[in-house]
Design a protein around this ligand. Sequence first.
Ligand SMILES: Nc1nc2c(ncn2[C@@H]2O[C@H](COP(=O)(O)OP(=O)(O)OP(=O)(O)O)[C@@H](O)[C@H]2O)c(=O)[nH]1
Ligand SMILES: [Mg+2]
Ligand SMILES: [Zn+2]
Length: 325
Amino acid sequence: MRIVAQHRDGVEVHDGNRLMRARVLPKLKSRSSEERPCVGDFAFVGVRAGEQVVLELLPRHGVLRRAAAGERYAVQLLASNIDIAIIVCGMDRDFSVKRIQRYLTLVAGSDIEAMVVLSKADQHDGGKLQEARRELPGLAPENLLALDLRHENSARQLLPRLARGTTAVVLGSSGAGKSTLTNTLLGQALQRTGATRQSDGRGRHTTVHRQLVRLPSGGCLIDTPGLREIKLLGDEEQVAECFDDIESMAANCRFRDCAHGFEPGCAVRASVAAGTLSEVRLEHYFKLALEAQSQKIKAVVQERMRGRLGDKMLKEASKLRGKPR
Ligand SMILES: Nc1nc2c(ncn2[C@@H]2O[C@H](COP(=O)(O)OP(=O)(O)OP(=O)(O)O)[C@@H](O)[C@H]2O)c(=O)[nH]1
Ligand SMILES: [Mg+2]
Ligand SMILES: [Zn+2]
């Protein structure tokens, strides 16, 4: 069966015909955050004392992860067995290429293909599609669409990508239109949607848990709550992959360890001067690379401390610092 939703007291599973509630075996619950059941997982489910129970998970492919919010470094699974990540961003006041870039970074380095959907195309554009094209040079043109998610004839442009056997996850900030897209593709208002604030175009976190639905096209779609924080993993490769334009320019810098600051013969700065690389993109690359690096250091230090002190003392230590989690 497939895990289609998660609740505090169990999960919802689907066997292709029927939706059921199931408990999760304690041995699965006590696993590390990365190995616990997650929406999108395929699972063996059996009956124990008259109740459906998730007994074991099948190996995963296409896992989407982020670093959990909070002081300590911990990996959090967002969804598993994913083929496509649809990153939704409104072309209203909430539009942010940097946020899209951050989501793209999370998706990088997995087997998941990234698509970017700019929503609310019926009300806005103002050059935002062009801006996204310019600032996200790594994204194939067919993977960047501007749509009106409320209408089937617009949203259906995604359908060829959502054929039977495909699972997509919809990502993006609250109010972007993730649930609207889900409902339109589904052809019914299954997911609750909510108006955004006039002042800044932000949503009110209407969706509160991840939900997998089966589309008439045969594909599966996972609607998710808007993330408040998109924290990178300690994986510098992800950043390198997303900014491979800059990485390949850097191959022509005079010094191998060029930091692309004030060094002579810097090919990256030369590209900025020549107008072939946007300064904003370069700054954002520095920011994300630094963030991935510091997350990695955090992970390594934590791992060492755990080895030395044990998990229990580490928890005590973070309590003493007054920062739970
Ligand atoms: N005009 C227009 N409105 C849209 C479009 N997509 C979404 N909306 C509206 O934007 C608001 C927020 O949409 P939701 O689908 O609830 O947003 P969400 O991304 O699911 O938000 P959370 O569940 O809070 O994370 C709703 O009022 C939708 O009707 C669009 O393409 N055009
Ligand atoms: Mg929603
Ligand atoms: Zn350089």
